[in-house]
Design a protein around this ligand. Structure first.
Ligand code: SAM
Length: 461
């Protein structure tokens, strides 16, 4: 059953000067679906291997593209290889907000507070320098797995996944240079994509969402450095979740609102209340409803801790000779010339940038860490048993023996069905599609063991 747009929402939009309510309603009735993807710059592929056709570039995104129609992403091995992320076009405007407000050449610490399933996190990671790092947090436990899976597929070594309540970040005063709060909201901006969501919308829920958004921002604000950037977004059209939250932020915190320059032909509405906000309407541009606003925390915020907590020098117990051992063992598995540090966690070895290793003891003390850097595998009898994270990562050597699979073979591997391939040697062999790694198999004289994680296998036929 198709639901019509809530009258209360339409009434509130009609009160906006110059708002074309007929065009707004008609775009919701059109059933038009916009499909867009954002490419992973660390995993380039040949378009001839893609299961889709790119229509044209999303004007506010350097790596985002509209597709001519929605393909079956589930049966596209490149999707499983982390070559791209399927992301709604409007939300890719986060790239503009970050590139226009943050010095990305510096080594910075970024928090994506409401991160699952990982769309904004993967976008942010692609913008960061390799010695910066991103903490991707999701409070709801059942949503952390998908965040972990998507960040693993993205492959970067400078990401951490945490499962904490926003309040917990008060234990990290003045720690982050940038905090992104893509807040839980009433979701009206996605009504065209998800008609069922209309039945759950109410003005009471909008009010509840607005209160929760303010609480989240209050909880997190002390974790932002003086002079740091706070980015707030929703996929709602409601003033109470957008302009009113911006106004509340300006009234209650020592912040400056930042304006973002947009080309007039992008169709984005700049809203000026006590601060700036940017609203996306689907009848004015090729994307769904979205709102975003950026603030700079005052450098002389009286509430801010004067001194940033120093990342305690790492007191990891691994002995120097373990590092040497790892260097020789890992050398053939990892790209050369990457300035990586290793951390030994139980049986596993984890690679990450030195900046993250320095921060790790402090992060470990304060947060519940679900994933750090790239778990490269376990060392058994001086040999590395490579992990799936290594196969998915962008730090793995390109000299590992590999077999390029056909589409059918790749799908058999991803479905965990038996598949018959010739490998150049026995032992660990990488399976690729479009030259991008899908995972390892272990080739024995008379059989092949598939190490693609069973939990991630494709279930449909
Ligand atoms: N940023 C994600 C992306 O781009 O893929 C989408 C995030 S979604 C809009 C909002 C997220 O906030 C959800 O993952 C939800 O589980 C989480 N969330 C729900 N309640 C929350 C709360 N009280 N504090 C922080 N996050 C919350």
């Amino acid at each position: 059953m198709s639901h019509s747009l809530p009258q209360d929402l339409l009434d509130s939009l009609e009160r906006i000067e110059g708002f074309d309510i007929d065009a707004f309603v008609s775009v919701h009735q059109s059933n038009q679906q916009v499909t867009s993807i954002r490419l992973n710059p660390a995993k380039p592929f040949n378009m001839a291997d893609a299961s889709f056709n790119i229509q044209h570039q999303i004007p506010w995104s350097s790596r985002g593209f509209y597709l001519d129609k929605r393909p079956s992403f589930t049966t596209d091995p490149l999707f499983h290889a982390g070559a791209y992320y399927v992301q709604e076009a409007s939300s890719m405007f986060l790239e503009q907000v970050i590139t226009q407000t943050v010095d990305l050449t510096a080594s910075i610490k970024v928090l994506d507070l409401c991160a699952a399933p990982g769309g904004k996190s993967t976008l942010i990671q692609s913008l960061l320098s390799s010695d910066s790092f991103l903490v991707s947090n999701e409070v709801i436990k059942s949503r952390v797995n998908i965040l972990q899976e998507n960040t693993t597929k993205w492959g970067a070594a400078n990401m951490v996944v945490t499962n904490n309540d926003p309040r917990d970040f008060q234990r990290l005063p003045s720690y982050f240079d940038v905090i992104v709060v893509d807040a839980p909201c009433s979701g009206s901006g996605l009504f065209r994509k998800d008609n069922e969501a209309i039945s759950e919308w109410s003005t009471d829920n909008v009010a509840l969402c607005s209160q929760r958004q303010q609480r989240i921002l209050s909880d997190i604000f002390s974790a932002l450095k003086p002079g740091g950037i706070l980015i707030y977004s929703t996929c709602s059209y409601s003033k109470a979740e957008n302009e009113e939250v911006v106004d509340w932020m300006m009234e209650t915190n020592a912040v400056e609102s930042l304006s973002i320059s947009c080309s007039a032909d992008w169709g984005i509405k700049e809203i000026k209340s006590k601060g700036f906000g940017y609203q996306f309407y689907p009848h004015l541009l090729n994307g769904e409803g979205f709102f975003i606003s950026a603030f700079k925390k005052s450098s002389s915020d009286a509430h801010a801790e004067k001194t940033n907590i120093k990342d305690k020098k790492n007191h990891i117990k691994s002995k120097a000779n373990s590092y040497n051992l790892l260097d020789t063992i890992a050398a053939k598995w990892l790209m050369q010339n990457l300035k990586l540090a290793y951390y030994n966690w139980k049986e596993d070895w984890i690679a990450m940038p030195m900046s993250l290793l320095d921060a790790l003891p402090f992060l470990q003390q304060q947060l519940y860490l679900k994933k750090v850097g790239v778990n490269i595998g376990t060392i058994i009898r001086n040999e590395l048993v490579p992990s799936h994270e290594l196969a998915m990562s962008t730090i793995m050597s390109d000299q590992i023996p590999a077999v390029e699979l056909t589409l059918d073979e790749a799908l058999q591997m991803l479905r965990h069905q038996p598949f018959d391939i010739q490998t150049p040697m026995n032992g660990w062999v990488l399976m690729t599609y479009g030259k991008l790694p899908l995972g390892f198999v272990k080739a024995m004289p008379n059989r092949i063991n598939n190490y693609y994680p069973r939990d991630w296998r494709i279930l449909n036929k």
